[in-house]
Design a protein around this ligand. Structure first.
Ligand code: PEP
Ligand code: MG
Length: 577
């Protein structure tokens, strides 16, 4: 078997060796061929058997859903079973096979195209988007017809299974949290796409932006995924396998060594404490937070509670989720960010609105301000939970001070309604704002005056400052945290926070990159919030830093205007102390 390698962007470190499992996109493989008249009835039978086998498969998946998976997953599978049973898919392709004497795959694909076309005409966006369900169901049938496996959910085989997908939505990735794959690789995606962030939270090596992985890799090929270098090696020779096995062991040893600093205080050599917090998406993530040694939660991306479902979580459901996290963290801070729905994180709230350019559209705080009822429900739930722990509220995507004032007004209304009902909450709850739009960084002075703390969302700050869609792999090579303009925006925000004695954090992916730790703390950042798996590596950097010693070099770096000069000086700063 020929061995070859493919290069992409490593978004989660580590090495995995396992068998490839291709998911989705079977549709691309369908070709049309003629069926001899005497074989037509056999072809119809082949079609019927594939439908029956997918039905069995879906029922099996439903019965095997882990008890902690969201209830909506069961409902999704029911929808798929219903779609499959509809005669437009389960029986009309038979007529196509008979009339056109064509293969079953082609017949069902032809029928699917016509059904999907009808969906496109529907005005209601929610219903229109159900076409994806039809496509997914047909893909399952086609995979069976093509002799591929649909079994992504067979537990015992998963440990050595590497998922190869064209792309996945954050909603799909959330589903994968319940499974134990060895690695995850996709054709699309960017380094800070929400998909990549979620892949990292699976704590397994992941590579995105591979372009052609799905076309080049076949089901069951043996592959090596080097998430640190962003390389996939397909059908490696025995020597290469041996080499990577050694690297894998080395990686494991290093991880073990890092455990030794887990309980050490995160403090620089010259005595400045640097708080290392965790980013979470769902309450169950607190298990990895506790294992990481994080001393708080700097970002709870609450939108993940709203994804993969047709309805909105009500006040009680949200309250229980926030309370669970607050209680589990005890006195440690839990920063709950209000709903950042929109762009690539779609929820039922977005389904109502079509945006020509979602990243610049009705997303995050803008969407919440346009849906005051939904916003009020979440604010009440967060406030109620604040009685049970050390909760802070963080507002995403603020762009102007009037937006912040409007937001604070709704928060005051939520507080007033709870007071009226005599429901307890922390009256002194701290309020923070995400600085992730360049306009907010430039106006950080005014935000620092009207907020208790600032948190820089570098993922979006870079996206908006450099005009680079964070989900678009075609421009991901231009996405550079060390761009002088990005560093200047961060420096400006830090300066404003210090001026008004407000705490300043970074909660974007830059916070979890050990190569940037010394620079960021040298710039005056006091809190870094990241995926729990990065905490110890970042702590290692904190422990070897001397802020006084780096000061002059960091100052010089911030005055440089060329990325390569910045990179050279950064290397020197990282070698200091
Ligand atoms: C960011 O933009 O840096 C951030 C932390 O928010 P998110 O990645 O959820 O958009
Ligand atoms: Mg953001």
């Amino acid at each position: 078997m020929t061995s070859f390698s493919i290069h992409g962007i490593g978004v989660s470190n580590g090495i995995a060796i396992g068998k490839a499992h291709l998911i989705s996109n079977a549709l691309l493989e369908v070709v049309q061929y003629d069926i001899d008249i005497k074989n037509v009835s056999n072809e119809v039978k082949r079609f019927d058997e594939a439908i029956a086998s997918v039905k069995v498969e879906l029922n099996k998946i439903k019965s095997q859903l882990p008890s902690n998976s969201p209830g909506e997953l069961g409902a999704f599978i029911d929808t798929h079973i219903m779609i499959l049973s509809d005669k437009s898919l389960s029986s009309m392709p038979r007529a196509i096979i008979e009339n056109e004497r064509c293969n079953a795959e082609w017949a069902i694909k032809k029928q699917m195209d016509s059904v999907v076309n009808q969906f496109d005409q529907i005005e209601d966006q929610y219903l229109r988007e159900r076409k994806q369900d039809v496509i997914q169901v047909v893909e399952r049938v086609i995979k069976i017809l093509l002799g591929h496996s649909n079994q992504i959910a067979v537990k015992n085989q998963e440990k050595l299974t590497i998922l190869v997908a064209h792309d996945i939505s954050p909603a799909d990735a959330l589903h994968f949290k319940n499974h134990k794959y060895a690695a995850f690789i996709t054709d699309g995606g960017g380094v800070t796409s929400h998909t990549a962030i979620l892949s990292r939270s699976l704590n397994i090596p992941s590579i995105v932006a591979l372009q052609n992985a799905r076309a080049l890799i076949r089901d069951n090929d043996l592959i090596i995924v080097d998430g640190t270098q962003g390389i996939v090696i397909v059908n490696p020779s025995l020597d290469i396998q041996k080499y990577y096995k050694q690297l894998q062991d080395l990686w494991g040893n290093e991880q073990e060594k890092l455990q030794r600093i887990k309980t050490k205080k995160s403090i620089t050599k010259d005595g400045s404490p640097i708080h290392l917090f965790a980013n979470i998406e769902v309450p169950n993530d607190i298990v990895s937070v506790n294992a990481s040694g994080a001393t708080g939660i700097g970002l709870f991306r609450t939108e993940f509670l709203f994804m993969n479902r047709k309805d909105m979580p009500d006040e009680e459901e949200q309250f229980l989720a926030y309370k669970k996290v607050a209680e589990a963290m005890g006195k440690k801070p839990v920063t709950i960010r209000t709903l950042d729905s929109g762009a690539d994180k779609q929820t039922a709230l977005n389904n109502k609105k079509i945006s020509p350019n979602p990243a610049l559209g009705l997303r995050a705080i803008r969407l919440c301000l346009s849906e005051p009822k939904v916003f009020m429900t979440q604010l009440r739930a967060i406030l109620r939970a604040s009685h049970f722990g050390n909760i802070k509220i963080l507002f995403p995507m603020l762009s102007s001070i009037s937006e912040l004032r409007q937001t604070k007004l709704i928060l005051e209304r939520a507080k007033a309604s709870l007071r009226k009902e005599k429901i307890k909450f922390n009256e002194k709850i701290l309020i923070g704002g995400m600085i992730e739009i360049p306009a907010a960084a430039i106006s950080a002075d005014i935000f620092a005056q009207e907020l208790d703390f600032l948190s820089i969302g570098t993922n979006d700050l870079i996206q908006y400052a450099l005009a680079i869609d964070r989900t678009d792999d075609a421009v991901s090579h231009l996405y550079n945290p060390l761009h002088p303009a990005v560093l200047k925006l961060i420096a400006l925000t830090v300066k404003s926070a210090h001026k008004y004695k407000k705490s300043i954090a970074i909660c974007g992916e830059m916070a979890g990159e050990p190569k940037l730790t010394k620079l960021l703390i040298g710039m005056g950042i006091e809190q870094l919030s990241m995926h729990p798996s990065h905490i110890l590596r970042v702590k290692q950097q904190v422990l070897s830093s001397d802020i006084k010693n780096m000061k002059a070099s960091v100052h010089r770096l911030l005055n440089l205007n060329e990325v390569d000069k910045i990179e050279t000086l950064l290397k020197r700063i990282n070698q200091l102390n």
